[in-house]
Design a protein around this ligand. Structure first.
Ligand code: AP5
Length: 211
């Protein structure tokens, strides 16, 4: 089962992806996490991506398609993949099609801009695992500490308010056209209201995926 999670920054893709990946036993392929790992490791890819990401812009389609093509060759992707934050442009969607992977479900998480800004400004992340929290909406058991490891949580460099507005604008210009693209695609397309509790949203997603 191959699934794409589509939605604006802060719509909860990463949060839901963790739950879907666990429940349906398919790996979460997050291009954002892959790029952040490359930055943390100081690789050539990381060096290229760092300033682009900090500005809230998109990393080039060629680079992204290259890392995705490599990732989906790994044995853990044999029974399915959950794409989180990919594809983000029509060119990436076309590139994915050329890779020959059949897409079964596209799930769009719908969240208003004001909510997105509130969510991203309160987001805290456990860098090593990618676990995501929110200071008010999804707080860790102990403030600023990861529930599982007790390690400190950080704020992402691209979560500054000005960058968030740029990311929303990039989403509207470059990624929103995918709603129409996948609406006409031979796959199941579902729009899920992305506000409400994390569990309730996950229940709606499960209903779609188990259909
Ligand atoms: P990426 O890491 O993909 O970021 P994004 O798409 O902007 O999405 P976010 O991670 O900000 O949000 P999310 O939807 O995962 O929400 P989350 O679950 O964290 O990309 C980062 C950058 O990398 C891009 O800007 C670009 O530069 C580059 N990049 C990545 N992929 C690329 C590609 N394919 N092509 C080109 N460039 C690429 O939730 C947000 C917050 O809300 C959290 O605090 C969470 O706890 C909280 N929350 C979640 N659900 C709820 C709820 N139901 N109610 C209340 N709060 C909630």
């Amino acid at each position: 089962m191959n699934v794409i999670l589509l939605g604006p920054p802060g719509s909860g893709k990463g949060t839901q992806a963790k739950l879907i990946s666990e429940r349906f036993e398919i790996p979460q392929v997050s291009t954002g996490d892959m790029l952040r790992n490359a930055i943390a490791e100081g690789t050539e890819l990381g060096l290229k991506a760092q300033s682009v990401m900090a500005a809230g812009e998109l990393v080039s389609d060629d680079v992204i398609l290259g890392i995705v093509a490599e990732r989906i060759k790994q044995p853990d992707c044999e029974n399915g993949v959950l794409f989180d934050g990919f594809p983000r442009t029509i060119a990436q969607a076309e590139g994915l099609k050329e890779l020959g992977l059949k897409i079964d479900f596209v799930i769009e998480l719908e969240v208003a801009d004001e909510e997105v800004v509130q969510r991203i400004s309160g987001r805290r992340v456990h860098e090593a695992s990618g676990r995501v929290y929110h200071v008010s909406f999804n707080p860790p058991k102990e403030p600023d500490k990861d529930d599982d490891t007790g390690e400190p949580l950080i704020q992402r460099p691209d979560d500054q308010e000005a960058t968030v507005y740029e990311r929303i604008s990039v989403y509207k210009n470059q990624t929103e056209p995918l709603i129409r693209y996948y609406g006409d695609y031979p796959c199941s397309y579902a729009v899920i209201e992305g506000t409400g509790s994390v569990d309730a949203i996950f229940e709606s997603i499960k209903t779609v995926l188990l259909d």
